[in-house]
Design a protein around this ligand. Structure first.
Ligand code: CA
Length: 236
Protein backbone atom coordinates (compact mmCIF):
# COMPACT_ATOMS: atom_id res chain seq x y z
CA UNK A 1 0.00 0.00 0.00
CA UNK A 2 1.27 3.43 -0.89
CA UNK A 3 -0.02 6.95 -0.66
CA UNK A 4 -0.37 7.96 -4.29
CA UNK A 5 -0.83 11.53 -5.44
CA UNK A 6 -2.33 11.60 -8.92
CA UNK A 7 -2.06 14.91 -10.78
CA UNK A 8 -4.15 14.62 -13.93
CA UNK A 9 -6.56 17.08 -15.52
CA UNK A 10 -8.55 14.64 -17.66
CA UNK A 11 -11.55 13.79 -15.51
CA UNK A 12 -12.09 10.37 -17.09
CA UNK A 13 -8.47 9.27 -16.83
CA UNK A 14 -8.33 10.61 -13.27
CA UNK A 15 -11.45 8.71 -12.22
CA UNK A 16 -10.37 5.46 -13.88
CA UNK A 17 -6.86 5.54 -12.41
CA UNK A 18 -8.11 6.55 -8.96
CA UNK A 19 -10.51 3.65 -9.00
CA UNK A 20 -7.96 1.10 -10.21
CA UNK A 21 -5.20 2.21 -7.83
CA UNK A 22 -7.60 2.29 -4.88
CA UNK A 23 -8.72 -1.21 -5.80
CA UNK A 24 -5.04 -2.26 -5.83
CA UNK A 25 -4.88 -1.17 -2.19
CA UNK A 26 -3.37 2.31 -2.52
CA UNK A 27 -4.52 5.44 -0.79
CA UNK A 28 -5.14 7.76 -3.71
CA UNK A 29 -5.44 11.51 -3.70
CA UNK A 30 -6.20 13.20 -7.00
CA UNK A 31 -5.62 16.77 -8.16
CA UNK A 32 -6.53 18.31 -11.50
CA UNK A 33 -3.82 20.98 -11.84
CA UNK A 34 -0.11 21.44 -11.22
CA UNK A 35 -0.29 24.09 -8.51
CA UNK A 36 -2.90 22.35 -6.38
CA UNK A 37 -0.92 19.13 -6.90
CA UNK A 38 2.29 20.78 -5.73
CA UNK A 39 0.51 22.00 -2.61
CA UNK A 40 -0.50 18.41 -1.87
CA UNK A 41 3.07 17.18 -2.29
CA UNK A 42 3.91 19.14 0.85
CA UNK A 43 0.59 18.76 2.65
CA UNK A 44 -0.11 15.06 2.04
CA UNK A 45 3.50 13.73 1.84
CA UNK A 46 2.70 11.03 -0.72
CA UNK A 47 4.95 7.99 -1.29
CA UNK A 48 4.76 8.45 -5.04
CA UNK A 49 3.44 11.07 -7.46
CA UNK A 50 1.90 10.34 -10.86
CA UNK A 51 2.29 13.52 -12.87
CA UNK A 52 0.47 14.14 -16.14
CA UNK A 53 2.55 16.46 -18.31
CA UNK A 54 -0.32 18.11 -20.13
CA UNK A 55 -1.81 20.20 -17.34
CA UNK A 56 -3.82 23.40 -17.80
CA UNK A 57 -1.85 25.74 -15.55
CA UNK A 58 1.88 24.93 -15.73
CA UNK A 59 3.96 23.17 -18.39
CA UNK A 60 4.72 19.61 -17.31
CA UNK A 61 8.52 19.85 -17.26
CA UNK A 62 8.32 23.12 -15.29
CA UNK A 63 5.88 21.49 -12.86
CA UNK A 64 8.34 18.63 -12.42
CA UNK A 65 11.21 21.04 -11.72
CA UNK A 66 9.08 22.92 -9.20
CA UNK A 67 8.15 19.65 -7.53
CA UNK A 68 11.82 18.64 -7.33
CA UNK A 69 12.52 21.96 -5.66
CA UNK A 70 10.36 20.97 -2.72
CA UNK A 71 10.49 17.16 -2.50
CA UNK A 72 12.44 13.98 -3.23
CA UNK A 73 9.26 11.94 -3.61
CA UNK A 74 9.43 9.42 -6.49
CA UNK A 75 7.68 10.81 -9.58
CA UNK A 76 6.27 8.80 -12.46
CA UNK A 77 5.48 11.00 -15.40
CA UNK A 78 2.50 10.13 -17.58
CA UNK A 79 2.97 11.59 -20.99
CA UNK A 80 1.94 11.38 -24.60
CA UNK A 81 5.40 12.69 -25.57
CA UNK A 82 7.59 9.83 -26.52
CA UNK A 83 10.76 10.80 -28.35
CA UNK A 84 14.08 9.92 -26.76
CA UNK A 85 14.87 13.62 -26.34
CA UNK A 86 11.61 14.13 -24.43
CA UNK A 87 12.35 11.22 -22.15
CA UNK A 88 15.92 12.37 -21.45
CA UNK A 89 14.63 15.84 -20.65
CA UNK A 90 12.12 14.37 -18.20
CA UNK A 91 14.66 12.19 -16.45
CA UNK A 92 17.03 15.14 -16.22
CA UNK A 93 14.27 17.24 -14.70
CA UNK A 94 13.93 14.63 -11.96
CA UNK A 95 11.40 12.02 -13.06
CA UNK A 96 12.01 8.53 -11.65
CA UNK A 97 10.10 6.82 -14.41
CA UNK A 98 7.60 7.55 -17.14
CA UNK A 99 4.65 5.87 -18.78
CA UNK A 100 3.54 6.72 -22.29
CA UNK A 101 -0.13 7.37 -22.86
CA UNK A 102 -2.28 5.43 -23.28
CA UNK A 103 -1.30 2.98 -20.54
CA UNK A 104 -3.22 0.52 -18.43
CA UNK A 105 -3.73 0.80 -14.69
CA UNK A 106 -1.95 -2.55 -14.30
CA UNK A 107 1.09 -1.17 -16.13
CA UNK A 108 1.12 1.91 -13.90
CA UNK A 109 0.75 -0.29 -10.84
CA UNK A 110 3.85 -2.28 -11.88
CA UNK A 111 5.82 0.95 -12.33
CA UNK A 112 4.73 2.19 -8.89
CA UNK A 113 5.92 -1.03 -7.27
CA UNK A 114 9.27 -0.82 -9.09
CA UNK A 115 9.85 2.84 -8.19
CA UNK A 116 9.06 2.23 -4.52
CA UNK A 117 11.36 -0.77 -4.43
CA UNK A 118 14.20 1.24 -5.94
CA UNK A 119 13.75 4.14 -3.57
CA UNK A 120 15.79 3.40 -0.50
CA UNK A 121 14.67 4.26 2.97
CA UNK A 122 16.64 6.72 5.05
CA UNK A 123 17.28 3.89 7.55
CA UNK A 124 19.31 2.07 4.92
CA UNK A 125 21.17 5.22 3.97
CA UNK A 126 22.18 5.93 7.56
CA UNK A 127 23.41 2.44 8.39
CA UNK A 128 26.93 1.23 9.09
CA UNK A 129 27.40 -1.74 6.77
CA UNK A 130 29.94 -4.56 7.06
CA UNK A 131 30.80 -6.82 4.13
CA UNK A 132 33.49 -9.23 5.27
CA UNK A 133 36.58 -7.18 6.18
CA UNK A 134 35.01 -4.01 4.75
CA UNK A 135 33.09 -1.56 6.94
CA UNK A 136 31.21 1.38 5.49
CA UNK A 137 30.13 4.05 7.94
CA UNK A 138 27.64 6.06 5.89
CA UNK A 139 26.83 8.81 8.40
CA UNK A 140 30.55 9.49 8.85
CA UNK A 141 31.44 8.98 5.21
CA UNK A 142 34.29 6.63 6.01
CA UNK A 143 35.16 3.17 4.76
CA UNK A 144 37.71 0.83 6.27
CA UNK A 145 39.19 -2.39 4.96
CA UNK A 146 40.80 -4.62 7.58
CA UNK A 147 40.74 -1.57 9.92
CA UNK A 148 42.65 0.60 7.44
CA UNK A 149 40.83 3.73 6.33
CA UNK A 150 40.30 3.89 2.57
CA UNK A 151 40.98 7.17 0.79
CA UNK A 152 37.94 7.47 -1.43
CA UNK A 153 36.58 10.28 -3.52
CA UNK A 154 32.95 11.26 -2.95
CA UNK A 155 31.84 9.32 -5.99
CA UNK A 156 33.84 6.24 -5.07
CA UNK A 157 32.33 6.32 -1.60
CA UNK A 158 28.82 6.65 -3.02
CA UNK A 159 29.48 3.77 -5.40
CA UNK A 160 30.92 1.53 -2.70
CA UNK A 161 28.07 2.37 -0.31
CA UNK A 162 25.47 1.57 -2.93
CA UNK A 163 27.09 -1.79 -3.71
CA UNK A 164 27.37 -2.52 0.03
CA UNK A 165 23.68 -1.76 0.58
CA UNK A 166 22.96 -4.35 -2.10
CA UNK A 167 25.74 -6.77 -1.18
CA UNK A 168 25.38 -10.25 -2.64
CA UNK A 169 23.28 -9.02 -5.57
CA UNK A 170 24.58 -8.25 -9.04
CA UNK A 171 23.86 -4.57 -9.66
CA UNK A 172 23.57 -3.50 -13.29
CA UNK A 173 25.55 -0.57 -14.65
CA UNK A 174 22.28 1.05 -15.61
CA UNK A 175 21.11 0.92 -11.99
CA UNK A 176 24.42 2.42 -10.83
CA UNK A 177 24.18 5.29 -13.29
CA UNK A 178 20.63 6.02 -12.18
CA UNK A 179 21.12 5.56 -8.46
CA UNK A 180 24.69 6.70 -7.83
CA UNK A 181 25.18 9.20 -10.64
CA UNK A 182 21.48 10.15 -10.63
CA UNK A 183 21.56 10.43 -14.37
CA UNK A 184 19.71 8.78 -17.22
CA UNK A 185 21.59 5.85 -18.66
CA UNK A 186 22.90 7.25 -21.90
CA UNK A 187 26.40 6.17 -22.81
CA UNK A 188 27.59 6.33 -19.22
CA UNK A 189 28.75 2.74 -19.08
CA UNK A 190 32.41 3.70 -19.49
CA UNK A 191 32.16 6.10 -16.54
CA UNK A 192 30.99 3.25 -14.33
CA UNK A 193 33.79 0.99 -15.58
CA UNK A 194 36.41 3.61 -14.80
CA UNK A 195 35.14 4.23 -11.28
CA UNK A 196 34.85 0.52 -10.57
CA UNK A 197 38.46 0.02 -11.62
CA UNK A 198 39.61 2.89 -9.38
CA UNK A 199 37.62 1.46 -6.50
CA UNK A 200 39.01 -1.98 -7.15
CA UNK A 201 42.58 -0.64 -6.96
CA UNK A 202 41.83 1.07 -3.64
CA UNK A 203 40.45 -2.18 -2.30
CA UNK A 204 43.77 -3.76 -3.25
CA UNK A 205 42.39 -6.17 -5.78
CA UNK A 206 42.35 -6.66 -9.54
CA UNK A 207 39.70 -7.75 -12.02
CA UNK A 208 41.71 -10.94 -12.63
CA UNK A 209 41.97 -11.72 -8.92
CA UNK A 210 38.85 -10.23 -7.31
CA UNK A 211 38.09 -10.60 -3.64
CA UNK A 212 35.11 -8.43 -2.76
CA UNK A 213 34.27 -6.75 -6.04
CA UNK A 214 33.18 -8.96 -8.92
CA UNK A 215 32.27 -8.03 -12.45
CA UNK A 216 29.68 -10.33 -13.93
CA UNK A 217 30.20 -9.91 -17.64
CA UNK A 218 27.19 -8.50 -19.44
CA UNK A 219 25.22 -8.20 -16.19
CA UNK A 220 26.92 -5.89 -13.74
CA UNK A 221 28.92 -5.65 -10.54
CA UNK A 222 28.55 -7.38 -7.21
CA UNK A 223 30.11 -6.69 -3.83
CA UNK A 224 30.21 -9.85 -1.76
CA UNK A 225 32.31 -11.61 0.86
CA UNK A 226 31.00 -15.04 -0.11
CA UNK A 227 34.20 -16.07 -1.89
CA UNK A 228 36.49 -15.04 0.95
CA UNK A 229 35.91 -18.21 2.99
CA UNK A 230 36.63 -20.40 -0.08
CA UNK A 231 39.83 -18.43 -0.59
CA UNK A 232 40.87 -18.95 3.04
CA UNK A 233 40.08 -22.63 2.71
CA UNK A 234 42.05 -23.16 -0.47
CA UNK A 235 45.10 -21.32 0.88
CA UNK A 236 45.12 -23.45 4.01
CA1 CA B 1 -3.66 16.16 -19.47
Amino acid sequence: MARVLLIEDDVNVRAALSRALTKAGHLVQAESAALSGLRQVTAATPDVVILDLGLPDVDGVDALRMLRGISNVPVIVASARRTETDIIQLLNAGADDYVTKPFSAAHLQARITAVLRRRESSDTLDAVIAVGPLTIDQPRHTATLDDTVLELTRREFALLSYLARHAGRVVSKQELVEQVWKQPYIGAEATVDVHVSWLRRKLGETAAAPRLLRTVRGVGIMLSDEYLSDEAESSR
